[in-house]
Design a protein around this ligand. Sequence first.
Ligand code: BF8
Ligand code: SF4
Length: 671
Amino acid sequence: MPRYRESMIGQITDQAVTRTRKRPKDPCRTCDPASEHMLTTRGEGQLSQFDRYLAQQPQCSFGLTGVCCRLCLQGPCRILPKEPGNRGICGARDYAIVARNLVRSIAGGASSHSDHGRHAAETLLKVAEGKAPDYKITDEEKLRSVAARIGLEVEGVPTKELAKQVALKALEDYGRHTDEPCTFLWSTITEGRRKKFTHCDIAPTAIDKTIAQLLSQTVMGMDADPVNIIFGGLKTALVDYTGMHIGTDISDILFGTPKPVVSEANLGTLDADYVNIATHGHNPTLSEMVVEAARELEDEAKAAGAKGIRVVGICCTGNELLMRQGVSLAANQASQELAIMTGAVDAVIMDIQCFIPGLKALSECFHTRLITTNEMAKIPGSYHFDFKEERALEQAREMVRLAIEAYKNRDASRVNIPAEKHKVVAGFSLETVKEMLSAVNPDRPIKVITDAIEAGEIKGVCLFAGCNNLKSPQDAGHLTIAKELAKNDVLLLATGCSAGALAKAGLMTPAAVEAYAGEGLKRFLKRLEEASGMETGLPLVWHMGSCVDNTRAADLLTAMANELGVDTPKVPFVATAPEAMHEKAVSIGAWCVTMGLPTHVGVMPPVEGSPLVYGIVTQIAHDVYGGHFILEEDPEEGARKLLDALEYRVWKLKVHRKAAEKYQTELAASW
Ligand code: BF8
Ligand code: SF4
C-alpha cells in the first residue's frame, strides 16, 4: 500500500479546488425519475435544496479542504501557502485544524445517535414503570436475548422488571464513573476488537463523558497532535456505535424486531384520494403512535371526503416504519421537499434529525402543515407539540386530526404525483437473516455466508449506508456501485438513505436478482430463497433498517468473524457511503474503520487540506485498526476499489488458512 508523502500536499488541494469549480449548473441533479418529474414540472418559485446547492457554488476551498478554523473569536483562520499565513493566528498547523474539524463532526454525529438511544432507553424505563401506557414490550424474546447478552440474570425475572434492568443498564452507559467500558459496545464486538480498543486506549466508559471530552480536547489551546486528536475521534465514534446499538435493541424490544415485509417506495406511493401524512426523522417512538392513531381515525378522514389515511415515511423514520409496519417509503433525504411539491402531502410530522428548514418555505406554497415534536428540533412557523410518551397516543391523534383538517384545504388542481414507485421487500434484521440461513444450516447459520465466500460463490458483503449529498447527483452513487458489486457477486446490505435510494429504484426486489446479480450471487440467493421458503421472495439488496441499524450489519460482521475464527479486519466485508452528507455519516464511517472495515466515501470529506490527516485516515488507520477510508468520488472507481478490498481479504484468508493447515498452527491474526 503506498505511503503518505509530503509531495502530495499541492496535488490534493488542487484536485479539491478543480472539483468544486467543475460542479454543473443544472438544478436537476438526480437519477431518480420521481425527483426529476418534480423538478421539471414544479410551479414557479418552488425552490428546494437542488436550487440552493447551485446558488452556493463555487464553495469555499478552505472549507472544502478542512483548513478553515473558527474555534476561537480571533478566527476565522485559513491556512495559506506561505509563512506566517501557513498557520492559524495561534500557530495551529493545517493538520491540527483539519483533525479538529473532522473529529468535531464525529462528536456531532455521536451526540445525535446517542441521544436517540437515550430516548429509547428512557421510554423503555417509563414503560417498565407503567408511566407510558400507550407502549408495550412487543418483543419479549429480544428483551431476554439483549438482557442475557449484557450480563443480566434472565431466568424467572418478570418481563417488566427485566425491561427496567435493561433500560437502567443502557442509561448506565451514558454516565458511568468507573473504568468499565460501555456495556452495549463490549457485549457486541469480538475479543480481538476488545483487545485492540483497550491497547489503543480508545475503549469508552461513558457516552456523554467521551463526547464532552472530545470537545474539550479540541478547543483553542488544547490538543495540537493530529494522531491524538484522531484517536479521541475514534473513541467518540465508538460511543456513536454504542448509542446506536442501544437505539436498535430497545426499538426492537418496544416495537418488534423486523421480519420480512412487502411494501413500496418512492413518491408514487402518495395517493391523491387519501389524507397523506409523511412521518419524517428517526425515532419510532412518535411515528409508531402516528400509525396507530391514523388507523383509528380512518372514519374521520372519510367524513372529510378522503378514502382514508395514508401514512408514508421519509428518511430513517420511514425506514423504521417500513421495516416494522410495512409503511411505504416516499422519499430519502434529497427528495424530502419534493414530497411537499406533489401538493398531496397534508402534514409532515417530524421527530428528530435530517428534516431541513427549507421544508417550511415550500410548505407555504401549499396547504401542507409542518408539525415538529421535539424540544430540540423546532422550525419557526410550524406547529409544535411538546411530545411526551406519557400521553403519546392522544398527541398523535391531535396531529393526525391536523392533517385531516389540512386535507380539506387541499387544492386538487395542484396535485402532481409522479407515477414512479417500486415494490420493496424489507425487514432484514439480523434475526431474520439468521432464520433464513438456518434453513440451510440450523446449527451454524452464519457459516452459510462464510462458506459461500470461501467457496468463491460470493465475494463478500458490502454495507450501503449514508445519505444523499447534492455534490453528486441524487442516488447515482448508490445505484452505480450497487449494480457493479451485484454483478461481481457481492452480497449487499443497506440502511438509511442509501437503502432509500436502492428501494426507490427497485433493487430491493426478487426481480432485481435476475436483472443485476452475477451468477454466483444469483445461485446463493436462490438457494437461500428456496431453502427458507420465504413467501416474499429474496431481494437483491437486504434492507437492514435506519442509520442506527447499521449496528445490525456490524453484528453480522462480528458473527462472521467469530464463525471464521478471525478478527473483523480479516472478514471479507466492506462498507460504502456513496453520498455521505451528515455528521452522523462521518461518525458511522469512523467506527466502521475502527471495526476493521475498508470504508468507501463517495463525497470528499474536508481532509484534503492536510496530507498528514488524509494519510492517517486512508492508510495509517489500516495499520492500526485494519480498516481505512477509501475516498473516491467516481462511483465506478469506488466500486472497483471496494471489490479490490474484498478480493484481497479473501485471498489473504486463504493464504493464512493454508499456512495454518500446513504447519498445524493457529490462524494468523494479522491483516
Ligand atoms: O440517519 S442517511 S440523510 S436520514 S444521516 Fe439523515 Fe443521512 Fe439520511 Fe437517517 Ni442517516
Ligand atoms: Fe485561529 Fe487558532 Fe483561533 Fe483557530 S484556534 S480560529 S487557528 S487562532
